[in-house]
Write a protein that binds this ligand. Structure first.
Ligand SMILES: *Cc1c(COP(=O)(O)O)cnc(C)c1O
Length: 382
């Protein structure tokens, strides 16, 4: 069996589907774009999405000439509620995107059923929730289609990479047709990705982590390495040259290998999340509520701090490795939101959360030092 066949089967087993419904791409955002296009999204259409997402999501919508319509989030779930979606539906609404933010799905079954009754498509942004489930059913299986990312910081990684799952089989033919136009990754970008994957394997657990992370960010900014986003994707809504790109063999090979570690990762993330919730809840601080843990796969653990700059500084001094996801409603862009048609006033909860959020480390075998650090600085938490 070749890598592609094997990897498809591994994914299909987790997603309770057949391998024919899975399609690979260079990145998750490309999978989203293909789904939207297969759904016939075009000029003048509206696509509903959470106002607490990654900027590449509205980019894919804008590349097709459609308008992103943002909905504010619920403070506990960090997802959109169906009651917030209903009022923004118009006759132009063609798609609703449900995101399992940080690994948590909520109301996705209700939203999918509601949308179906209105002849509106649904897409699960499953870039955070792969491997988890909602009320016993795998994330990614609720909507007409779902897309997934295997970028550095996602459920498991192939450096960069992504795939889609098509649940509405009326769309498969269209996807097959579109995929004939995928561009093949170039030699240099593939080679550079391969080097990065090797480097990450070697240095991930190194004591030089912080230094390497900083070097990587600088190199990525300078365009020296194969980073997650092109500079232009964070500045405008014009489709970059070479955007519609297929997967490379190295991604499929790495995916097939790294996915075998997924269950282990899910287990330690969940276990650590319980410890964070215990500590934060007993101190009366913002936390992921106990009753949400069952449906949460904890790609990230969100906590809120009153002075993020200061908190990050102290954390780094203590060798606590934090993540900084969704420090803006359109991560990682932090100004000129009007380019993406986002008015911050329409997403007050997302704006407040993103100004205070930090992500606590989840993939460590032992977080006792992190817990100790948190206890010492508990007054900085909100
Ligand atoms: C990472 C991410 C994406 C895009 O994934 P890529 O593989 O980097 O294209 C989309 N949506 C959300 C919410 C993400 O966090």
């Amino acid at each position: 069996m070749n890598y592609k066949t094997k990897y498809k089967q591994q994914l299909a087993d987790i997603l309770y589907t057949t391998p024919n419904n899975i399609y690979f791409y260079w990145k998750g955002r490309v999978a989203l774009y293909a789904i939207l296009k297969a759904m016939g999204i075009k000029n003048g259409d509206e696509v509903i999405l959470p106002g607490f997402t990654c900027v590449v999501v509205p980019n894919a919508i804008k590349y097709l000439g459609a308008a992103p319509v943002y909905v504010d989030i619920n403070k506990d779930t960090l997802n959109t509620d169906i009651e917030k979606i209903k009022p923004v539906i118009t006759e132009k609404t063609k798609v609703i995107i449900c995101q399992n933010t940080f690994g948590l799905s909520s109301q996705v079954d209700e939203i999918a059923a509601f949308a179906k009754s209105k002849n509106i498509y649904t897409i699960e942004d499953c870039t955070h929730g792969f491997g988890g489930s909602y009320n016993g059913k795998p994330n990614g299986t609720f909507c007409d289609a779902a897309f997934f990312s295997t970028q550095w910081n996602k459920s498991y990684s192939t450096g960069i990479g992504g795939f889609s799952l098509i649940n509405n089989n009326e769309l498969n033919g269209k996807i097959d047709e579109l995929n004939q136009y995928l561009i093949k990754p170039g030699f240099i970008e593939t080679f550079s990705l391969q080097l990065m994957i090797k480097a990450k394997e070697t240095f991930l657990n190194s004591s030089n982590y912080w230094r390497l992370r900083r070097i990587y960010r600088l190199m990525s900014k300078a365009g020296i390495v194969t980073g997650s986003s092109k500079d232009s994707e964070l500045k405008n809504t014009l489709m970059p040259v070479g955007y519609f790109k297929s997967s490379a063999n190295i991604q499929l090979k790495t995916g097939s290998k790294n996915i075998q570690n997924l269950n282990h990762l899910l287990t330690i993330r969940k276990r650590n999340a319980i410890l964070y919730t215990e500590l934060l809840s007993s101190a009366g601080k913002y936390h992921v509520k106990e009753e949400l843990h069952n449906n949460h796969s904890f790609l990230k653990y969100p906590a809120l701090v009153s002075n993020r700059k200061e908190f990050e500084k102290i954390a780094e001094e203590n060798n606590i490795v934090l993540d900084n996801w969704f420090c803006s409603p359109l991560h990682p862009v932090d100004d000129k939101f009007s380019i993406w048609e986002l008015n911050l006033k329409s997403v007050p909860i997302a704006s407040e959360i993103s100004s205070q959020i930090i992500n606590l480390p989840l993939e460590m075998e032992n977080i006792s030092e992190v817990l100790l650090f948190m206890k010492k600085n508990i007054n900085m938490f909100v």
